[in-house]
Write a protein that binds this ligand. Structure first.
Ligand code: C2O
Ligand code: CU
Length: 518
């Protein structure tokens, strides 16, 4: 009896001690956990919101500006055939979403199908795409197929090739994926707010005859989400942290990178791969000839530009894609990052070399259709600059083409069959990624110096401060096409012009239609 009582007492005592220890542990843990790095959440919690695009009105805003000629081919006749051997149908629904970027940061977003980037459309060269845009947002939206030489009616420019698709309406884009490569799509109604707000995705066109073998084919969109007070968060796809992609030793990896937003300063992000030598096999989707192996070389990427990288997975270490941030271009960040294979981003990252990748001296020369020796039918000089002024009735910094802001910028008139050169002369202290719709530039010269490596074909040429670029293209795609800086802010503040053939359009830009392409 006595014995059993003391046993009970002992058991009770042990129980009390255990409870005491548990409570103690809990108190200590809850105190310490605030300072521990943890996998999922970080102590800082940020939530970004998004202002909706606001229709412009009032003084200085055109009411109904028609970008077409008074006579010529109607734009509605410039479209893809109704049918083809291979038709690919897609549906993209513009809808709001809240995106979890990881690291305790989330943002309101406008998305295609609930994610940003939207779905990657993967097709084969020669396919006819039929993409239906359904708009479940409260404002107008379009889709522009960046870098794709579509027939003009499918170009997706509000007020030029269509009216912005209104809430609860839909619109079908039909075009042939003529050229293989890495492309992307984005809204071209208030593109500044809408694309930055998440209305973008990637389009990959596989070649009919493949040029490079890859076991792993992975795409990354680099995007800077805007905070409410000037704060930004850089992500790769949807992650501000580390993305992981399986790849086994010996496998060939093709990595496609697109820049879908612009930094606050407008300077390009710098990318590199650590862990393996790599080749740049394509720029803006167009293959390079005889690409050399590079090691930790910094690749500058302007808004809308694409790099296709090829590398072989090493036996014993992972390979990581890392990037710099706008306010510190001299150091690569540990996050966001993309890691191929087993392991993590190396603790020590290479320093950013001041010798960036130079597209004018990379790869091997080879014959090309357009060369500096070609006979050109027309030459235009386009000066890039900025100054205080007004654009569409708004005071502030204005970005100019030949001294004018849109819609006062001059038009460039083309005739089908012409071989045309543009001389971009950047007189400003800022970078300008210059983009022409519907055509592909052949790069002729940088600061007057012809290329020494592979021919280079781009849809967006990044013109550094005080530099010049000469490019050329065949006028082989009748329509009304925008030529603009792809820095969304610059385009929004004046840096747009029209390149036209004898084509008429029923659409207008301005307050009556509510169409504002940038
Ligand atoms: Cu990426 Cu005018 O477009
Ligand atoms: Cu610009």
């Amino acid at each position: 009896m006595k014995n059993s009582l003391s046993q009970k007492q002992a058991a009770r005592r042990i129980l009390v001690i255990i409870i005491f220890c548990l409570v103690g542990l809990f108190v200590v843990y809850s105190y310490v956990s605030d300072f521990l790095p943890s996998a999922g959440a970080s102590p800082q919690k940020k939530t970004y919101s998004l202002p909706a695009p606001t229709p412009l009105a009032g003084q200085g805003v055109p009411s109904a500006l028609n970008m077409g000629m008074s006579a010529g081919v109607p734009i509605n006749s410039l479209q893809a055939p109704q049918t083809a051997v291979h038709v690919r149908q897609f549906a993209l629904t513009a809808q709001p979403a809240r995106l979890d970027l990881g690291a305790g940061i989330s943002t309101a977003a406008w998305t295609f199908n609930g994610t940003a980037p939207g779905p990657t459309l993967h097709v084969k060269q020669g396919d006819l795409l039929a993409v239906t845009l359904v708009n479940h947002l409260s404002f107008g939206v379009t889709i522009h197929w960046h870098g794709v030489s579509v027939a003009n009616l499918a170009d997706g420019v509000a007020g030029v090739t269509q009216d912005a698709v209104k809430p609860n309406q839909s619109y079908t884009y039909r075009f042939i994926a003529k050229d293989p490569g890495t492309y992307w799509y984005h809204s071209h109604q208030f593109s500044d707010v809408e694309t930055n707000g998440g209305l973008y995705g990637m389009l990959i066109v596989d070649p009919a005859l493949s040029t490079y073998h890859a076991d792993v084919d992975y795409s990354v969109a680099l995007h800077e989400w805007g905070g409410d007070n000037g704060q930004t968060t850089l992500v790769m796809n949807t992650s501000a942290g580390t993305l992981n992609q399986a790849a086994r030793p010996g496998q060939w990896v093709r990595l496609r990178v697109v820049e879908t937003s612009n930094t606050a300063s407008g300077a390009p992000h710098l990318l590199t791969l650590v862990g393996a030598p790599f080749q740049v096999v394509a720029l803006d989707g167009h293959d390079l000839h005889g690409p050399q192996w590079l090691r930790e070389t910094s690749l500058p990427i302007g808004t809308a530009q694409r790099y296709d990288l090829l590398f072989r997975m090493p036996n014993h270490n992972p390979v990581a894609l890392v990037t710099t941030e706008d306010n510190d271009p001299h150091h690569y960040l540990h996050v966001p990052a993309l890691v191929f294979g087993q392991g993590a981003v190396p603790a020590t990252l290479p320093v950013v070399s001041p010798h960036w990748f130079d597209l004018t001296a990379y790869g091997q020369p080879t014959q090309d259709v357009i060369t500096p020796q070609s006979h050109f039918d027309a030459a235009y000089s386009i000066t890039l600059n900025n100054q205080q002024g007004t654009s569409l009735g708004r005071m502030g910094m204005a970005f100019t083409l030949n001294g004018k802001v849109f819609p006062d910028t001059a038009m460039i008139m083309l005739k089908e069959g012409q071989l045309v050169t543009f001389h971009f002369d950047n007189q400003s202290g800022l970078y300008h990624p210059m983009h022409l719709h519907g055509h592909i530039f052949t790069v002729l010269a940088h600061n007057g110096q012809p290329l020494t490596g592979s021919p280079v074909h781009l849809d967006t040429v990044l013109v550094p401060p005080h530099d010049s670029y000469d490019v050329a293209f065949y006028a082989n795609n009748p329509g009304i096409w925008m030529l603009h800086c792809h820095n969304f802010l610059h385009a929004n503040r004046g840096m747009d012009m029209m390149v036209m053939y004898d084509v008429t359009t029923p659409y207008t830009v301005g307050s009556t239609s509510g169409n504002f392409p940038d």
